[in-house]
Design a protein around this ligand. Structure first.
Ligand SMILES: N[C@@H](CCC(=O)N[C@@H](CS)C(=O)NCC(=O)O)C(=O)O
Length: 99
């Protein structure tokens, strides 16, 4: 059971959501936390600090978006990770990225 504590408009939380999509995890619970960090007692209880995103997967608690994405790729990456890389390469070849 995966739970993501987050804010919808937070770019780091968007990265965590994208990480979930990239590895093909479809079933997870989103907990939208209060905007004001002083009101995030639930995040403090779960992770010992008040920033989001925080991902909870069973007994594992991961904070910081890069750590969340790294954890997801390490734990659920497998063939899904390879698929993400292939899709990205196809998108670039099709002109999806011009930078
Ligand atoms: N380095 C962290 C940054 C996380 C972060 O700053 N999150 C913002 C939300 S967008 C937050 O919780 N801010 C609360 C505050 O600074 O009071 C990450 O990548 O996850």
């Amino acid at each position: 059971m995966i739970t993501l504590y987050q804010l919808e408009r937070c770019p780091w939380c968007a990265a965590a959501r994208q990480g979930l999509r990239n590895v093909g995890v479809e079933e997870y619970t989103i907990i939208n936390v209060p905007y004001d960090r002083d009101d995030r007692d639930v995040v403090e209880r779960v992770s010992g600090q008040r920033l989001v995103p925080v991902l909870v997967d069973g007994d594992t608690v991961v904070q910081d978006s890069r750590q969340v994405v790294k954890y997801l790729y390490e734990t659920y990456g497998g063939p899904e990770r390879e698929r993400s890389i292939r899709e990205l390469a196809a998108d670039i070849a099709a002109g999806g990225s011009r930078a």
